[in-house]
Design a protein. Structure first.
Ligand code: ADP
Ligand code: ASP
Ligand code: MG
Length: 403
């Protein structure tokens, strides 16, 4: 008998019919003698619809109330799935975030889980009960918080760590983790295994199949993690330690992000305070900066450019223009409509020529590589969004990921 956590995403619980299917799956796991805790997302596009509703009321909704609103989506699903399980003769009960003891830091919109008081969950499970837990939400100082979009994965992994589950299964609408998003790349292949490190990079670089903090939490607490389909019996993808990998692929997967923008501060005299000043000011205004490039010194001046998400461009420009007095730059340039393609693979540490191969592939798609950033296990390139699809296909092909 194993202790399992099963998490079902939005599409998997998108209708009453699908919730019934999920209930069958949970019932089967229970009938096989396992103890099971279930974590669910809001049904279908509920969370998007709630965001739209809030935006119809206010262009800058109060963050506390936004969390109260968004947390209702998951609350619908826990009740419906519990009803479906009870109908099958099982002992099930719904748990909102606070009822499940999920404490978070006191930040609205992107709170991190600080601890889980497991007494009520464990007590219920010990008595043969199945807890059906609302993902994506917690409580801090008596207020409802949410974990950030896609955060139900993180709830599932954190619960699995807290109750020392033997396995955490993430059920979704694809068969596992693929070499690229199968919705964009027809030839994408499902991976049998991937390391925590590679999965974390892919998630951080835009693969929404897993929430980055879920992977981080799984790695930290050694949670055995599997991504698989709600709609089939196939085995899915195991996320595992690097050392148990059979062979090291040079590149394991490709990820991308859209709605990227570049901002450049042009002609900053060398003698003025620069990087520290610029990026402290941006951080203070909560602007998330990604790729940063500084030019070589030319006639006593440098240019600094960096990427932000398109939604942050106006705020970033305002900050940059506001510091003109101190940095004495000659102008601020910005460009929207960009995308970032990244390749990830543990094997690239010991293989030269990986970046060159990526540039060749992107150039053959017609894209001009505007910015590059690398780490030991990834290379990211910023290109025009118009070349995203062709670029992804060429890069996927160049590293023979479809074979
Ligand atoms: P859920 O609602 O179950 O959490 P998500 O939509 O958050 O599902 O995540 C699943 C989606 O992630 C898939 O439908 C797929 O389009 C996308 N995706 C992006 N990159 C990958 C990848 N490398 N492997 C598998 N799916 C991916
Ligand atoms: N319902 C939330 C979202 O759509 C959380 C999740 O599905 O993981 O982002
Ligand atoms: Mg998700």
């Amino acid at each position: 008998m194993a202790v399992m956590v099963q998490k079902y995403g939005g599409t998997s619980v998108g209708s009453a019919e699908r919730i019934e299917k999920v209930a069958d799956r949970v019932a089967k796991t229970y009938a096989n003698g396992h103890q099971v805790a279930v974590v669910v997302s809001a049904m279908g596009h509920t969370t998007d619809e709630l965001v739209e509703l809030a935006n119809a009321i206010s262009s800058d909704p109060d963050r506390r109330e936004m969390d109260v609103l968004l947390s209702t989506g998951e609350q619908v699903t826990i009740a419906l799935l519990s009803m479906a399980l009870i109908k099958r003769g099982l002992k099930a009960a719904s748990f909102t975030g606070w009822q499940a003891g999920i404490q978070t830091e006191a930040v609205h919109g992107a709170a991190r889980i600080s601890e889980i008081h497991t007494e009520s969950l464990l007590d219920w499970m010990k008595r043969g009960g199945i807890p059906v837990i609302a993902g994506f939400q917690g409580i801090a100082d008596g207020a409802i918080t949410t974990l950030g979009r896609g955060g139900s994965d993180t709830t599932a992994v954190a619960v699995a760590a807290a109750i020392q589950a033997d396995l955490c299964e993430i059920y979704t609408d694809v068969e596992g983790v693929y070499t690229a998003d199968p919705r964009f790349i027809k030839g994408a292949r499902r991976l049998d295994r991937i390391s925590y490190e590679e999965m974390l990079e892919l998630a951080n670089l835009g693969s929404q199949v897993l929430h980055p903090r879920a992977v981080e939490t799984a790695k930290k607490h050694g949670v055995a993690l599997v991504v698989r389909s709600t709609f089939s019996q196939n085995e899915g993808t195991v996320i595992t330690e690097m050392k148990t990998m059979e062979s090291e692929r040079v590149v394991t997967g490709v990820a991308f992000e859209k709605e990227v923008a570049r901002i450049a501060l042009l002609g900053i005299p060398l003698e003025t305070p620069q990087l520290s000043h610029i990026f402290s000011a941006l951080a203070k205004e909560q602007v998330n900066v990604d790729v940063i490039v500084q030019s070589v010194v030319r006639e006593g001046e440098v240019d600094v450019s960096f990427t932000v998400m398109e939604g942050d461009v106006d705020r970033a420009i305002e900050v940059c223009e506001g510091m003109m007095e101190e940095t004495k730059h000659k102008g601020v340039f910005h460009e929207k409509g960009l995308a970032k393609i990244s390749i990830v693979g543990a094997g690239m540490i010991s293989n030269p020529g990986v970046a060159a191969k990526m540039f060749t592939a992107l150039e053959s798609s017609g894209a001009h590589v505007k910015m590059v950033s690398t780490s030991e296990i990834k290379v990211s390139c910023v290109i025009d969004n118009d070349f995203l699809q062709a670029g992804l296909e060429k890069v996927h092909e160049a590293f023979e990921l479809d074979q």
